[in-house]
Design a protein around this ligand. Structure first.
Ligand SMILES: Cc1cc2nc3c(=O)[nH]c(=O)nc-3n(C[C@H](O)[C@H](O)[C@H](O)COP(=O)(O)OP(=O)(O)OC[C@H]3O[C@@H](n4cnc5c(N)ncnc54)[C@H](O)[C@@H]3O)c2cc1C
Length: 462
């Protein structure tokens, strides 16, 4: 392979004097392929992604983001935007072009009186929880603490608190945005309200968010954890989850997962969190803890940040990942039988099939009008292939693709934007559902040249 270097989209190299000029007006780090920091800086969570950007602009603040966008535009560079670097398809990286890397901007500032939290775009969910927990507050987000809040919030954001308090994007109050022209602007209910609509579920299509203001909720201790059963109980566990979740109280969120124990024994688990009264939490959990004799019952009162970090170890940095996901029309006995069979065929003990049910505040009519399209209460199946040896890549990707094909007869045709791996334009369109035409019109207003296109891309309407 030729040594990587910064190239324009027509493949012409960018003169080093231009990079030197950018350096004179940049507070963060500009990392080139020749720098010793380069190989570490181009690494993201998914070890299966191996890209070689021509320049990594690790921004120290909003002014650096503005400079990086203007430089990219002036030099016709392909642009990737990196928040937490957790997007499974590696949308945070590109070859030859520039990565506008926000991972150094991790500030989190809580206003306990207003119950609001200002968050910079490189923060992880764990960074946010660490600060909010000091005040007995939490922002609804995901389920793994190392996920970046920026990408998660822009794609919607489902997690332990969503059934009670809504999606992450439902709790977004305002954004500071650098547009495709390098202008700094605001977006909220009254300023650029159309842009604000698109930022809540439309992904990274409309600009780089350099600051998020979220609403926080009083959540401190929760009653949660996981209960693990032998794999031969998988049907019973998935059926219990199917039967109880649609009528469960909104305080309670639970996922059913076919996974393996850390020593590789196939198992099935319920993972969940009750964020209301602990005695009620214990009562709600009871039917999930008594399906059979568990291998492990680790359900207990927990500080919320601990709940958020509970399954971090199951998603280690640098492991190889390939994901598929799909909402289901229904979770029938037949779909459950199929999911169990597919889980039993997983070639890697690190892989999992996870059935999630949202509903509650996600589906209620009182949520704000946002670009997030998949609100109806439904089961979502995540097919998560994970392995460590690159020699196993083909086998694991084939398993995930075959599993997605096999569940197609049960699929609703809807997808969760945040879980999309490298998919075709039709799948992206289906994830945006009925909102796609409005998003395309917004794209032609805010990014008519599709400058921001390494994302779940919306094409400008012309
Ligand atoms: C282990 C794991 C667990 C997960 N769990 C959940 C979950 O529980 N719920 C859920 O909803 N999702 C979940 N996800 C999916 C996650 O929300 C997405 O992968 C999301 O993209 C991660 O955000 P990030 O900032 O880390 O992304 P990055 O990989 O850094 O960026 C991804 C894309 O987001 C856009 N982007 C990032 N930052 C900005 C910004 N500041 N401005 C504009 N665009 C930006 C860019 O288009 C970029 O291409 C999980 C992912 C992983 C790997």
């Amino acid at each position: 392979m030729l040594a990587p270097q910064l190239k324009r989209q027509n493949k012409e190299p960018v003169d080093t004097t231009l990079i030197a000029a950018l350096r004179s007006n940049f507070r963060g780090q500009l990392i080139l392929p020749t720098d010793s920091a380069y190989d570490t800086a181009r690494r993201i969570w998914n070890g299966n992604i191996d890209r070689h950007p021509g320049l990594i602009a690790r921004c120290a603040g909003t002014a650096d983001v503005v400079q990086a966008v203007k430089f990219a535009r002036a030099n016709d560079l392909l642009v990737a935007v990196r928040g937490g670097g957790h997007n499974v398809a590696g949308r945070a990286l590109c070859d030859d072009g520039i990565v506008i890397d926000l991972s150094g901007m991790r500030g989190v500032f809580v206003d306990p009186r207003q119950r609001t939290v200002r968050v910079q775009p490189g923060a992880t969910l764990g960074d946010v929880d660490r600060e909010t927990h000091l005040h007995g507050l939490a922002v609804p987000a995901g389920v793994v603490s190392r996920t970046g809040i920026a990408g998660l919030a822009l794609g919607g954001g489902v997690g332990w608190l969503a059934r009670k308090h809504g999606l992450t994007c439902d709790n977004l109050l305002s954004c500071e945005v650098v547009t495709a022209d390098g202008d700094l602007t605001a977006a909220d209910d009254t300023t650029n309200a159309d842009l604000f609509w698109g930022l809540r579920g439309g992904g990274g299509n409309f600009g780089i968010v350099t600051s998020f203001l979220f609403r926080a909720h009083p959540v401190s201790m929760v009653f949660g954890g996981l209960v693990v059963y032998p794999r031969d109980q998988a049907r019973a566990v998935l059926r219990r989850h199917r039967d109880l979740m649609p009528s469960a109280p909104e305080d309670f969120a639970a996922y059913a997962a076919l996974l393996s124990t850390p020593d590789g024994v196939p198992a099935v688990a319920i993972l969940g969190c009750h964020c209301g009264d602990p005695a009620e939490g214990e009562r709600i959990w009871q039917p999930f803890r008594s399906i059979a004799t568990p291998l492990l019952d680790a359900v207990q009162p927990l500080p919320f940040p601990m709940m958020q970090g509970l399954i971090d170890a199951a998603f280690p940095e640098g492991a190889h990942n390939y994901w598929k996901s799909s909402f289901l029309k229904e979770q029938s006995d037949d779909s459950i039988d199929l999911i169990v069979e597919l889980g039993n065929r997983a070639p890697s003990p690190m892989s999992s099939l996870v059935v999630e049910f949202y509903g509650g505040a996600v589906a209620r009519a009182d949520h704000p009008d946002t670009a997030f399209a998949q609100r109806r209460p439904a089961f979502n199946l995540g097919i998560m292939a994970q392995w460590t040896d690159p020699a196993d890549t083909e086998r694991n990707i084939t398993w995930a693709r075959d599993a997605a094909d096999a569940v197609a007869p049960f699929a609703s045709g809807g997808y969760l934007l945040n879980f999309l791996d490298e998919e075709g334009a039709d799948t992206v369109r289906a994830a945006f559902g009925a909102n796609y035409p409005r998003l395309a019109a917004l794209k032609s207003k805010y990014d008519p040249t599709n400058f921001f296109r390494l994302n779940q891309n919306v094409l400008p309407a012309h």
